[in-house]
Ligand binder design. Structure first.
Ligand code: DX5
Ligand code: ZN
Length: 224
């Protein structure tokens, strides 16, 4: 299994965003998790296209855009134009999730779908063949720095079983409350794309990335 760390810039110091992204990249992080919030699907508002467009100019990282936005179908093309390499939409935010998946696929980027803690795996299991990853939220979406919700571990396990049973090539991403302890929990349950905000953007960013990557390797995965 290939494990990937996806640092979330929601926890960055926006006054030094470019510099911090460079530090992550130099320390070996390949993916950058970019949280877009609309103040409607979630209570808070983060940032949008101009920020992504601007950081795209200087970064070669894989831009993993997580849309916490109602009716995200409206913006797929825009985010691809700004530099998204992957777009994740929420099952709860789309009227027609299958159509949203198709739009992302047609736009030529990687396709992700996400479920909030209260949404069962069953709601999206019929779409596993159509996506590249499923993002299992392990906190209520909307804010960084929250505590991992233990009840979500079972959903990761259930999803990994389904993927293995059907022999599918689908990654499981987790997002929210990841730290030294919960990293082991989610990997053990079957997650392989690990989003981390405060875990990475606290203290020495480069050292944090190297520490997490070493830890993932010790757990038996290759890091990418
Ligand atoms: C929350 C966002 C997360 C957030 C995670 O809605 O989707 O990506 O940055 O932050 P931590 O890792 O601090 O829980
Ligand atoms: Zn996120």
């Amino acid at each position: 299994m290939v494990y990937r760390l996806c640092p979330s810039i929601l926890a960055a110091d926006f006054n030094r965003l470019g510099e911090q992204i460079r530090t992550l990249e130099e320390a070996g992080a390949k993916w950058l998790h970019i949280d877009v919030m609309d103040g409607d699907f979630v209570p808070s508002i983060s940032f949008g296209m101009p920020v992504i467009k601007s950081i795209r100019k200087e970064s070669g990282m894989f831009f993993d855009v997580h849309l916490m936005v109602m009716a995200p179908e409206r913006y797929i093309q825009d985010f691809v134009r700004c530099g998204a390499d992957s777009i994740t939409v929420h099952a709860e935010a789309c009227d027609d999730l299958e159509q949203a998946i198709e739009l992302i696929r047609d736009a030529g980027v990687r396709v992700g779908i996400s479920i909030k803690p209260a949404t069962p795996v069953n709601d999206i299991s019929h779409l596993l063949r159509d996506v590249d990853h499923v993002l299992v939220m392990t906190v209520q979406p909307g804010f960084g720095g929250q505590k991992y919700m233990d009840e979500c571990t079972e959903k990761i396990r259930e999803l990994r079983e389904l993927i293995e049973e059907e022999d599918l090539d689908v990654d499981i991403q987790v997002d929210g409350g990841i730290n030294d302890e919960t990293l082991e929990t989610v990997i053990e349950a079957g997650a392989n794309l690990i989003v981390a905000g405060s875990y990475v953007f606290r203290g020495d960013l480069g050292e944090n990335v190297r520490h997490i990557r070493r830890k993932m390797e010790k757990m038996g995965g290759e890091t990418d």
